[in-house]
Design a protein. Structure first.
Ligand code: ZN
Length: 193
């Protein structure tokens, strides 16, 4: 008798449908992507950074900033802005991706890696990239573009005004695609911080 009750409970448990509001293998919610939004990039890694950002803004995690870190042609870390989700003003996409890559690679030193990020890094993230020894930073939208959609990067950067000394450490690619991402963000309900 007891065993048959256990069997029925187990069967009920197995037949319970999976929750629909989480990203995963067997669910109905479509993970947003650059392709879904009709955004095409010249660089495949910038497309992945845009995918990250779209996931973040769709979930209401924060601004339209996604990043991927690449080593020898392989993605070794990724992240998006989670300032709102975590109530953490330092959780920018670049910082999230650096933490992810360092954990996955088991190191604090990302020498030999490059980062692709949808917006030009703010001063905090730029220095985080340098502390992490990232070889190069590829960004989409410029720091002025970030200001246009309501972020204070440009104001903070003017306090330092030294990034032009970094030469080709910072390289702008796929700006048009990232501007389309910013437009998608502006069309969504969003919180300015
Ligand atoms: Zn930042």
């Amino acid at each position: 008798m007891v065993s048959s009750v256990v069997c029925i409970l187990l069967a009920a448990l197995l037949l319970t449908p999976l929750p629909l509001n989480t990203f995963g293998a067997n669910e109905a919610v479509t993970v947003p992507s650059a392709e879904m939004y009709g955004i095409s990039t010249e660089d495949p890694f910038m497309r992945l950074a845009i995918d990250e950002a779209l996931e973040g803004i769709t979930l209401g995690h924060g601004g339209p900033f996604g990043s991927v870190i690449v080593k020898n042609g392989q993605v070794v870390g990724s992240g998006h802005n989670m300032v709102l989700k975590n109530n953490d003003p330092t959780c920018h996409g670049e910082v999230a991706a650096i933490r992810d890559a360092c954990q996955k690679l088991g190191t604090y030193d990302l020498t030999g890696c490059e980062i692709y990020t949808t917006g030009e890094p703010c001063p905090m993230c730029l220095f985080a990239c340098m502390w992490a020894n990232l070889d190069k930073v590829y960004y989409g939208c410029t720091i002025e573009d970030n200001a246009i959609i309501g972020f204070r990067d440009e104001a903070f950067d003017s306090l330092f005004a030294g990034r032009e000394q970094l030469g080709d450490y910072l390289v702008c690619i796929d700006r048009d695609a990232c501007l389309e991402l910013f437009s998608a963000y502006l069309e969504l309900e969003h919180t300015i911080y």
